[in-house]
Design a protein around this ligand. Sequence first.
Ligand code: SAM
Length: 294
Amino acid sequence: MNDREGIASPKRTKEIIAKHHFSFKKSLGQNFLIDQNILGKIVDAADLDKSKGALEIGPGIGALTEKLALNAGEVAAVEIDRRLIPILNDVLGPYGNVTVREADVLKVDLKALFSEVFVSSQKVSVVANLPYYVTTPILMKLLEEKLPLENIVVMIQKEVAERMSASPGGKEYGSLSIAVQYYSEPELVCIVPRTVFIPQPNVESAVIRLKVREKPPVEVADEEHFFTLVQASFTQRRKTIANNLKARYFAQEGRERMEGLLAEAGIEPSRRAETLSMEEYARLSAIFLREGLR
Ligand code: SAM
């Protein structure tokens, strides 16, 4: 079966689509990969071997799933589109180590799926060409649920990949950068042109690897408070940190108290949210919590 041309080629993709009379649904972000080279880069970045498991979100017609079946021990693939399930069962027939589940990944109980499928895997990674309309909710679910993950290697919109991996100071840096970097270490693997998909998406893509952290890089007593404070700081990017925080936390009180708290955290009130590091936000969150500012 390894001699056969992989699914990720224009010829085989068109054959499979024609055989099953499949029509693409734009609303589900269906852009299928037709390039073995890019597929190889995605799988290599996940650092898989037969002792490890892989969770794929949105297998489509199985281009990446097939590679995962060959390179990982146990594979789970969660697909929302019912029409793709018989196609996946057909093309993945030769591989005994793949479990296909029809579900919306945002609703499925991932912990239960993990204990059901990854019985002998020592480590598990998520490997996927994500549907772009739900990239952020999917990644935040994976990270916030604190699943036992090693890597998350995903194809996403290039612009979102740049925001996730941005450092303080630039215009890409924002609450998404902080949320992703709190849970993981992001690394851009490669930029991907539109031409490697059928149909071609409207945007450029990138493969990003999130190496999941064992523990966050900063100490935070109340994660909800920390992330609310970060979001409030970026409400209006052109405003200073002092103005954004005043609007959220100091409606009834004077600027003086807030400036005092910012000074205690070592932060100039005239700075903008995009210049603050994660450590500075963590410091500020601890001070605001102590003061009962929620
Ligand atoms: N993995 C395939 C490939 O690389 O060719 C297909 C990738 S395509 C960009 C995204 C896939 O995610 C589609 O198959 C789509 O039906 C599926 N999908 C969209 N929303 C989903 C959701 N909420 N849960 C699970 N799968 C979803």
